[in-house]
Write a protein that binds this ligand. Structure first.
Ligand code: ADP
Ligand code: MG
Length: 208
């Protein structure tokens, strides 16, 4: 994988988020303020645009640029959180021109750590962490496998994480004020995290 992988992933993510934008808005309307789909779609559209204007940066630098772009274009909680995730993930790659599955595992671990650091949400709080943490763990467990297997495992784990958020009472973010009323609804940020990993996995398995 190289810089082209990153730009392609960002295009696939943008398309996946755009396709589910209204669904994400509906989910955020149920337990938040109905802007999550709009935030994510706008953010990744800007990311695709920013990366399109960059010729020649290595993958890590592209992830950092993507993260900076999310921070500056998304106002909600998800902008700074995903921005920080992509920047931290990108930093693990330094200036190297390509990366392998084991290094992607490091990227995911760093991304998760920065989300938890910045947002202070733990597993079970009904946030994107409930999709990202199982995904990062599944990726680490498949570290020696092919990239397609690794990303499929991560994406599957994220999907199961989204399902589990339905049974959780929100303990952080805007949904926290709903308490028990947040039960039964999946967390929109967990769903978009699973869309992001799903788009990455689909692109890689489609080419394998
Ligand atoms: P906002 O909550 O500011 O309207 P969004 O609607 O774009 O921002 O994003 C909401 C999502 O962000 C939630 O569904 C949740 O997954 C995630 N989120 C919110 N606060 C946190 C946090 N402190 N830690 C981790 N994720 C969070
Ligand atoms: Mg919102």
């Amino acid at each position: 994988m190289d810089a082209t992988t990153i730009t392609t992933w960002m295009r696939e993510i943008e398309a996946a988020v755009r396709a589910e934008r209204d669904h994400l808005v509906q989910l955020d309307a149920a337990i938040g303020d109905a802007d999550h789909g709009i935030n994510m779609a706008r953010g990744f559209e800007a990311v695709v645009q920013a990366l399109g204007g960059d010729a020649g940066s290595p993958p890590g630098k592209l992830l950092i640029l993507a993260g900076r772009t999310l921070v500056s274009t998304v106002g909600g909680a998800s902008g700074p959180l995903w921005g920080s995730a992509l920047r931290s993930g990108g930093r693990t790659l330094g200036d190297q021109a390509s990366f392998d599955g084991a290094q992607l595992v490091e990227v995911l671990a760093a991304a998760l750590a920065s989300v938890k650091d910045l947002g202070t949400a733990a597993l079970g709080d009904k946030t994107m962490v409930d999709a990202l943490e199982p995904a990062a763990e599944a990726a680490a467990a498949a570290s020696g496998d092919s990239l397609a297997t690794l990303l499929s495992a991560a994406s599957e784990a994220a999907r199961r994480g989204v399902e589990e958020t339905k049974g959780m009472v929100a303990r952080t973010g805007k949904a926290r004020s709903l308490g028990e009323r947040s039960l039964g609804h999946p967390d929109p940020g967990a769903l978009s995290a699973s869309l992001i990993l799903g788009a990455m996995a689909e692109f890689v398995t489609g080419r394998a």
